[in-house]
Design a protein around this ligand. Sequence first.
Ligand code: VGL
Ligand code: ZN
Length: 213
Amino acid sequence: MHRRAALLVVDVQVDFCPGGALAVPKGDLVIPVLNGYLELFKRRGSPIFASRDWHPQESRHFIENGGIWPAHCVQQTQGAQFHPGLVLPEETIVISKGIAKWDDGYSAMQGVTEHDTPFVMLLKHMRLDHLYVGGLATDYCVRETALEALKEGFNVTLLADAVRGVELQAGNSDRAMAEMVHAGADMATLTSIGSMLVSEGEAAIANDRQSPP
Ligand code: VGL
Ligand code: ZN
């Protein structure tokens, strides 16, 4: 993992977790794992982004307005809050998406910061070129986000142990994962990243030993 990498936690909001308006089955199981990644990225001083679905009440994405989803993540409501179990560091940059009435907002790459800066523009400005992506839901927002990020030229690593799907049809999450990998995404887990960092750390120590005093 290098200096140009960042963590992107996608849509870990109350409405997408069990008990919420559009609950992803077992969606809350990603939370402790994501907390591990958050700790790791925070410790390394790597940027952390958290996207949120942030729809207006009159969103065309909702069944009541002609869309396909029960109303969820309506701006300013309890259901739109990040899940209280998710430990977001203070420096987390929040990316809101699906804000416009006609916008499904599946991809976080279409999102904006609280100052209305487009996310992609911010990533380029920060010279970040690699996103580690986890969250909800594998078969919608994670998928759209990863595919668009790859199309935009970013490296994408999917956090395979920290994603969950809606699974309107069984197998949708697996298909989405295969699609993202086919498009060029890598996969990692907290364990694989942990051991990679240990070996990077050892390499750095070895280099220090070799370098002249
Ligand atoms: C999502 C369905 C509708 C997601 C958002 O975050 O994956 N899914 N809106
Ligand atoms: Zn939505």
